[in-house]
Design a protein around this ligand. Structure first.
Ligand SMILES: [Zn+2]
Length: 209
C-alpha cells in the first residue's frame, strides 16, 4: 500500500524498525530515526498512512510515547506534527500485542504494594518478572528505576520483619510504618531486645551495690 513511502523511510532512516511481528519486545526505538514503523495505518475515514512510534525520556519527568503519521494527501513523504503522550515515571518499554499493535508497557510505583510481607514479596516478584521480560529494551534510566524499586521493597521487607510490639490503637507504627490494624508487630513485646536489655541493666545495677 505505502511501498514507495516505506522505500523512502528505509533510505532516509535505515535504523527504522518496520512492521514488527506480533508479541514482540521493541528494542531501541528512541528517536524518529530508530522508530518502529507501521506501514499501513488508517488516516481519517478512508485514507491509509504510515505511523511511527518511539519513546522519549526526560529527566525528572519520565518516559513518554511519541507517535507520528505521514500526510498521505501530500506527494512524497511528508511527516505530520508528532503527537506526544503523557510522561510515565518508571520503567517503560514498547512492544507489539497479538494484533501487532504498538503498545507501551510500564512498571511504576503504582504497581507496588508493601504493607504486608506477602504483598512486598509479590511486588518483588513482579519487578523481577518485568525486568526479566523487558530488560533488553531498558535504558539506563529504566535499570536505575528497577534497582531503586528493589531497594525500596527490600527496606520495607526488613521493616515489616523487625520484631516489635503491635502499635497502639489509632496510631501509625514507627517500626513497620503500618496503621495499627495492619501493624506486623506482636501483642507481646518481642522476646529478645527489651528483656535482654533489662537483664543487663539489672546486672550492672547489681554491681553498683
Ligand atoms: Zn508495626
Amino acid at each position: 500500500m505505502n511501498e514507495h513511502i516505506i522505500a523512502v523511510i528505509k533510505q532516509n532512516t535505515p535504523q527504522a524498525q518496520i512492521d514488527p511481528l506480533p508479541n514482540t519486545l521493541i528494542i531501541g526505538a528512541r528517536s524518529p530515526e530508530t522508530a518502529v514503523v507501521v506501514s499501513d495505518y488508517p488516516y481519517g475515514r478512508r485514507l491509509r498512512c504510515v505511523m511511527r512510534y518511539w519513546l522519549e525520556t526526560k529527566k525528572s519527568h519520565g518516559t513518554r510515547l511519541v507517535s507520528q503519521t505521514n500526510n498521505p494527501k501530500r506527494p512524497g513523504l511528508v511527516w505530520n506534527k508528532p503527537h506526544a503522550g503523557t510522561y510515565t515515571q518508571g520503567a517503560v518499554v514498547l512492544h507489539t500485542d497479538q494484533n501487532a499493535h504498538v503498545k507501551e508497557r510500564a512498571f511504576t510505583d503504582f504497581n507496588l504494594s508493601t504493607s504486608t510481607v506477602e504483598r512486598a514479596n509479590h511486588s518483588f516478584q513482579q519487578v523481577e518478572n518485568f525486568e526479566r521480560e523487558n530488560a533488553p529494551a531498558f535504558t539506563e534510566t529504566d535499570h536505575e528505576f528497577i534497582r531503586r524499586t528493589k531497594n525500596i521493597i527490600t527496606t520495607c521487607m526488613t521493616r515489616l520483619q523487625t520484631p516489635h510490639q503491635k502499635t497502639e490503637l489509632n496510631t501509625t507504627c514507627p517500626v513497620c510504618k503500618n496503621y495499627y490494624t495492619t501493624c506486623t508487630g506482636t501483642e507481646e513485646p518481642p522476646p529478645d531486645t527489651p528483656t535482654q536489655w533489662q537483664t543487663q541493666l539489672a546486672k550492672s545495677n547489681a554491681l553498683l551495690f
